[in-house]
Ligand binder design. Sequence first.
Ligand SMILES: CCCCC/C=C\CCC/C=C/CC(=O)SCCNC(=O)CCNC(=O)[C@H](O)C(C)(C)COP(=O)(O)OP(=O)(O)OC[C@H]1O[C@@H](n2cnc3c(N)ncnc32)[C@H](O)[C@@H]1OP(=O)(O)O
Length: 280
Amino acid sequence: MALSQHLSKSRQFLAIARNYSAAASLVNVEVNDKSGVAVVTLQRPPVNSLNLELLTEIKQTLTGLEKNKSRGAIITSAFKTFSAGLDILEMYKPNPDRAKEFWTTLQDVWISLYSAQFPTVALINGPAPAGGCLLSLCCEYRIMVPKAVIGLNETQLGIVAPSWFAASMENVIGKRQTELALTTGKLFTTDEALKVGLIDEVVQTKEEGLEKAQGFIGSFARISPFARSLSKQTVRGGTIRSMVKGREADLQLFLATIQQDQVQKGLGLYIEALKKKQAA
Ligand SMILES: CCCCC/C=C\CCC/C=C/CC(=O)SCCNC(=O)CCNC(=O)[C@H](O)C(C)(C)COP(=O)(O)OP(=O)(O)OC[C@H]1O[C@@H](n2cnc3c(N)ncnc32)[C@H](O)[C@@H]1OP(=O)(O)O
């Protein structure tokens, strides 16, 4: 499709996305007029913790971008935190039906973002623990600001990162570093993340990050989108197939795990600690 035609379609999507954003407003989508690249900004105050509603909007946004054959997407945050990960309140004293929908929607978001046909960049403009890290790991390129942290820190909450969380990290930094990171629940500083390859670039500001992200996506301008996306599928296909095959078992494991007394106690203490931190 010619770029002008594509941009006209993108603008139509932008209009729809704007209307949608106005109604629901946990995700803002802006399509760049020149490049056709969508900037997807998470905006659930205060820390973009991923609850059912935010995950649902992310899922709908990704579906819209895919349908409109997006040129690319940059995922970032409206706040000083990229994302605080899964909303712990979705797992603490959960309503079983909602917990089921919550986890299924998280799985859907992972599948859509991990397998997106268009190029994806995470512009990590603040802390990205656990589920925040997972979102960024689904992208093809990660750009981060200084003085932030990123990692799968689940063990620090007394819970375990599921196998597809671990696989997402392993595909980026390798088995050895993933094992060390997961067993200790490590949150990498920006410098540490760069050193281990968990992120690709460090920028000083979000604006600089947006430019770099556009540059990364622009680097595919002369590559056939078909060849690009099939190559991505070739590399990621095995991980995606194994997640999809195991998703029902994964859901059941999640539901059983979060009902355990020990897990509930751990989550309760963690919530208290977060609240005390704010009061101090
Ligand atoms: C193989 C077996 C597998 C079986 C499966 C079993 C289990 C499933 C595994 C589940 C996986 C979970 C992954 C996750 O994502 S768990 C969430 C982990 N997240 C964190 O640990 C981050 C916690 N938050 C922070 O560290 C900080 O908030 C921060 C992100 C660094 C930002 O700091 P700051 O700007 O100082 O903000 P505050 O700390 O003051 O927070 C403001 C406000 O937000 C509340 N909040 C923070 N994070 C969360 C969260 N993740 N969920 C819900 N609420 C959160 C915090 O309590 C404050 O609230 P109040 O204003 O009401 O006090």
